[in-house]
Write a protein that binds this ligand. Structure first.
Ligand code: F0G
Length: 367
């Protein structure tokens, strides 16, 4: 297969490597494999802000608008570009779905092969269809994500494969660019940053990005990092490996996160917290965000919104209570993936079919 790259070295344009080249481990010799990822909207959310109150402003960083509809593309552009630079012809990953979709797309773009190892029966349909459509070799294993990652680590010992999970530092480097974008858009770092935590690469990456921009003087402060795990898959919150993780939020159904230490450091050094939210809270938050702010996210992404609602509720006892935060605080929640990735998670019943006349339709609309 011929290797195809999209952007000649040194060329500016869309995509996180083009935008943040000097902050990333690329040289003129790196062939840039990009689909124009990044530069996602930071959406002000007036209704969420009103819930938090006291003049606080809540924003959602909508990462579902990346090329494969999740934040993984930020790291994948770099991981695949670096793999191609090293002359590797195949990438491999374990995944709960989004990493596999992203790896498959960027491998297709580069003209290299991609193998994805997935927990059988546990991948949301929108993500699985992506891996097939982009032409990846899909292998389902009888086990969970943690088992799949163990196999992938073994595969990665072979010289012909590059692992593109977030244990690959290039993934983390690419993902930190989301923090850069937020600082640039707000003119400074936010006071609080909330995000879902699964394998814990993203919280590690955001913290690295915020620290880098603070050290460079691009930001005057660093946010408190608040991570949220699903209650049935909350190893970091509980302080122990979960052998049989369970949650409707299949993207974060992970019992032994690879970047556990990175998450712990981010939470500790930012004076943040790790908490957990139930599946019911996740689904309620998902529906609330879609119907009140017009932002449709997958269940894992809604964990950050469920977390925000928990932190802002005076009747609850979250790990981090908003009653103590400064007036006018700026709060960012990352919405990591698009809602269409997991259509089965949304419970809906279509209304009755009526005759095609105005009266019947008016009656059915009931407004
Ligand atoms: N949200 C979504 C939509 C995800 O797909 C993931 C991880 C996370 C949050 C958690 O991010 O792992 O960096 O803490 N998905 C991985 C995957 C595990 O295989 O797609 P994390």
């Amino acid at each position: 297969m011929t290797l195809m790259t999209t952007t000649p070295p040194g060329t500016t344009g869309r995509g996180v490597i083009a935008r943040y080249r000097t902050h990333l481990p690329v040289t003129d010799a790196t062939p840039i494999v990009s689909l124009g990822e990044g530069s996602t909207p930071l959406i002000p959310c007036p209704r969420l802000s009103a819930i938090v109150g006291r003049g606080c402003e809540v924003f959602v960083k909508y990462e579902g608008l990346n090329p494969t509809c999740s934040f993984k593309d930020r790291g994948m552009t770099l991981a695949v570009s670096k793999a191609v630079e090293r002359g590797i012809h195949a990438v491999v990953c374990a995944s709960t779905g989004n990493t596999s979709a992203s790896a498959a797309a960027y491998a297709a773009r580069a003209g290299i092969r991609c193998a994805v190892i997935l927990p059988a029966g546990k991948i949301a349909s929108g993500k699985l269809v992506q891996a097939y459509a982009y032409g990846a070799k899909v292998v389902a294993i009888d086990g969970n994500f943690d088992d799949a990652l163990r196999v992938v680590r073994e595969l990665g010992q072979r010289p012909d494969f590059a692992i593109v999970n977030s244990i690959n530092p290039d993934r983390i480097a690419g993902q930190k660019t989301a923090a850069f974008e937020i600082v640039e858009e707000l003119g400074d770092a936010p006071d609080l940053h909330l995000l879902p935590v699964g394998n814990a690469g993203n919280i590690t990456a955001y913290w690295a990005g915020y620290c880098e921009y603070a050290e460079l003087g691009e930001a005057t402060k660093r946010p408190a990092m608040l991570g949220f795990q699903a209650a049935g898959s909350a190893p970091i919150f509980r302080g122990q490996i979960v052998e049989q993780p369970e949650t409707i939020a299949s993207a974060i159904r992970i019992g032994n996160p690879a970047s556990w230490d990175g998450a712990t450091a981010a939470i500790r050094d930012s004076a943040g917290a790790i908490d957990n939210v139930t599946d019911d809270e996740i689904l309620a938050a998902q529906q609330w965000l879609a119907s009140n702010e017009g932002i449709f996210v997958e269940p894992a992404s809604a964990a950050s919104i469920a977390g925000l609602l928990k932190c802002a509720d005076p009747r609850r006892e979250p790990a981090y209570h908003f009653s103590d935060i400064a007036e006018g605080s700026r709060i960012v929640c990352t919405a990591t993936g698009h809602g269409l990735k997991d259509p089965d998670a949304v419970r809906f019943t279509s209304g009755p079919t009526v005759t095609a006349n105005l009266d019947e339709v008016m009656r059915a609309i009931d407004v």
